[in-house]
Design a protein around this ligand. Structure first.
Ligand code: BG6
Length: 495
């Protein structure tokens, strides 16, 4: 099986924050992969911008190191490395001073009509000032787009302010708000599964689905990001964006097409239908946790407070929520959401739990009949598993067992799964906004999150601690078991 690569139009990509972590770990390697695959046309340029005073040669050396560190050796052929590094240029500039902007103007003026992408791989406080400068220096052409990363604000008011500032310079159709989960292969496969098969859509509703679970579990702690993380917490860092986006893709009505606005209109309706969580019900439908020291795969690990270097913090590193969607399709179907750091395994999956059969024709010797589940695994081992009851093979009467109909994408297709950024960066160049968040979506997500944050802030309770390497506080198990369901467990391990 080979992948199909359609070259994009020639472009200039300007990366602000080019020497930073995101650029080195994700953006430069993703662009390298696309170049290696022949998707980047001759003449396309990548212009790094940051405060650091570097020459073009020094920036190329930094990029070379990023490629060596983050791209498989076999792909780093001298020919592709040479071609890729030759695309790179560098300008030292930032939002707070005039120096360097004339250099950027001069470089971009060499190709005024080509597609221009400004990627702001910087903190959100710089989105507004950088856009303002781009406008002031006349760099925003009709072919220009801007890409911004989360966090887009820390609540609804700040998100509005950031969106407002970007909107002063760029029109909505030229603003690309990245949620890298939308670029993950299996997330896009969810659309294929739902809307390219006649099988699921007729049963994709409250009449047949009992509940849905969305888990995004990480084994890492906050690593070097404790400063940022302590002001954010898992609800802002993961639920407001990635998990709500997954929920939208599971729950939305079929869009009329995959056009950006058709899809985003449907996602917005889901966000607006979420039942509010306020101080009245937060204690019943949310659980906050914080990891303490324990063990991860490679041995003992410190607790969150030790990593933070502070005696106390109310910041949650784990969240579980029972969410409800108040519309015709999903009335009465709980969506259990769960995410956390330092959990038992790195695992992201969506589990669609179907209803119990209405009546069993089998006698007691057949054993219990378990409900069907559709498990969409995002990472690792991307794939889909449909759990079905079948007869135990061989003679000996009718005994039933639950087995997965298993499709591992790696096994089925044998191709490297592209990183989300590869797909998303090329979509920006193509001008395809389908996998990016629209302003109203981001704001609707904050509108649902804000009251949860307020309820937590008003509560005297601290997050419940959990040992690193486990599946979060026991209250998260109670949250789902109170409702008569259990967290999905693919391999028999306790989760
Ligand atoms: C980021 C969060 O958006 O997603 C991180 O800020 C988190 O805290 C990361 O670790 C997880 O992404 P992935 O692709 O590794 O699941």
């Amino acid at each position: 099986m080979t992948t199909r690569t359609i070259p994009v139009s020639v472009f200039d990509l300007v990366v602000f924050g080019a020497t930073g972590d995101l650029s080195r770990r994700k953006l430069l390697p993703a662009l390298f992969h696309r170049d290696e695959q022949g998707q980047i046309p001759p003449g396309a340029r990548i212009i790094g911008v940051s405060r650091r005073s570097l020459s073009r040669v020094e920036f190329r050396a930094l990029a070379e190191k990023a490629i060596t560190d983050h791209v498989p050796k076999a792909l780093q052929t001298p020919e592709v490395c040479h071609r890729f590094l030759n695309r790179l240029d560098y300008v030292s500039a930032d939002a707070s001073r005039d120096d360097g902007w004339a250099d950027l103007e001069k470089l971009l003026a060499e190709a005024p009509d080509r597609i221009r992408v400004f990627y702001l791989a910087v903190g959100p406080d710089l989105f507004g000032p950088l856009c303002e400068r781009l406008g002031r220096h006349g760099l925003v052409t009709p072919q220009s787009r801007v890409v911004v990363e989360k966090p887009l604000g820390k609540d609804l008011a700040s998100a509005r302010a950031v969106n407002e500032a970007i909107g002063q310079v760029f029109r909505e159709q030229n603003i690309y708000r990245i949620d890298h989960y939308l670029g993950k292969e299996t997330v896009q496969n969810l659309m294929a599964l739902r809307f390219a098969n006649a099988l699921f859509e007729p049963v994709w509703n409250a009449a047949h689905i009992d509940h849905v679970q969305i888990t995004v579990a990480e084994t890492l702690g906050v690593e070097g990001r404790a400063g940022y993380y302590d002001t954010a917490g898992a609800l802002r860092d993961m639920v407001q964006n990635h998990i709500l986006q997954l929920l939208c893709l599971v729950a939305m009505e079929p869009p009329t097409s995959v056009d950006a606005d058709a899809v985003r209109d449907e996602k917005l309706k889901v966000l607006k239908s979420l039942k509010p969580i306020t101080d009245r019900n937060a204690a019943n439908v949310t659980v906050r946790g914080q990891y303490r020291a324990g063990a991860s795969g490679n041995g003992p690990v410190p607790g969150y407070l030790e990593e933070l270097g502070a005696p106390s913090s109310k910041t949650e590193t784990f969240v579980a929520i029972k969410a409800e969607i108040e519309n015709w399709r999903w009335a009465g179907v709980p969506f259990f959401l769960r995410t956390g750091k330092r959990l038992g395994a790195r695992l992201s999956e969506i589990v669609v739990g179907f209803k119990h059969i209405p009546h069993s024709v089998f006698d007691g010797t057949a054993g219990p009949i378990t409900e069907n589940r559709l498990v969409i695994r995002l990472q690792p081992d991307e794939g889909v598993r449909l759990w079905l009851m079948i007869k135990d093979p061989g003679p000996g009467g009718m005994r039933l067992q639950l087995v997965p109909l298993d499709m591992s994408f790696a096994k089925a297709f044998g191709v490297r799964n592209p990183d989300a950024y590869e797909r998303l960066l090329m979509d920006v160049v193509r001008g395809n906004q389908t996998l990016f968040m629209r302003r109203d979506e981001v704001e609707a997500a904050w509108s649902w999150i804000d009251p949860v944050l307020e309820a937590w802030a008003a509560s005297p309770d601290l997050p419940k601690t959990y040992t690193s390497g486990t599946w979060g506080p026991s209250a998260a198990v109670a949250l789902i078991e109170r409702e008569g369901r259990t967290w999905h467990d693919d391999d028999g391990d306790a989760r």
